[in-house]
Design a protein around this ligand. Structure first.
Ligand SMILES: [Fe+2]
Length: 137
């Protein structure tokens, strides 16, 4: 079987906030593992497990981000948190419907593009405030 990754982590996407960067790399790793099981096509149980892991990990990752944004006094933290909540809801729906979906890869693609956009646009905005906070603790 041809080895391939669905997302390749780019070092330029690192934010210089070690805990957040590690969590982002962890998410890339989980999405790639989900992709591996999706390609197999006969691994529904494993796909469910990976989706559960992703859902739990995203939830705690978002809590960390929201706490840091809050502590840093970042002014858009509420709308950012609302984006997180919307995304978690989509993830829940994806997990609930994955067995009925004909094109799960299509769903994985939208998950990937939402998340990469989110990192590059929304997360990038809190970086200066949170980095400053981290330097002072
Ligand atoms: Fe975020």
């Amino acid at each position: 079987m041809k080895e391939s990754l669905f997302i390749i982590w780019q070092e330029e996407d690192a934010m210089g906030i070690p805990l957040i960067d590690e969590q982002h790399r962890g998410i890339v790793s989980m999405i790639n593992t989900l992709y591996y099981f999706m390609k197999r096509g006969d691994a529904e149980r494993e796909q469910q497990r990976m989706l559960e892991m992703l859902e739990h990990f995203f939830a705690v990752h978002f809590i960390v981000e929201e706490e840091l944004m809050e502590a840093a006094g970042y002014e858009e933290s509420e709308s950012h948190a609302a984006e997180h909540e919307r995304f978690l809801e989509e993830l829940r729906q994806l997990r609930a419907s994955i067995e009925q979906v004909n094109e799960p890869l299509q769903l994985l693609k939208s998950l990937k593009s939402w998340w990469l956009d989110h990192i590059k646009v929304e997360d990038a905005k809190y970086v200066p405030a949170v980095r400053k906070l981290m330097e002072n603790v």
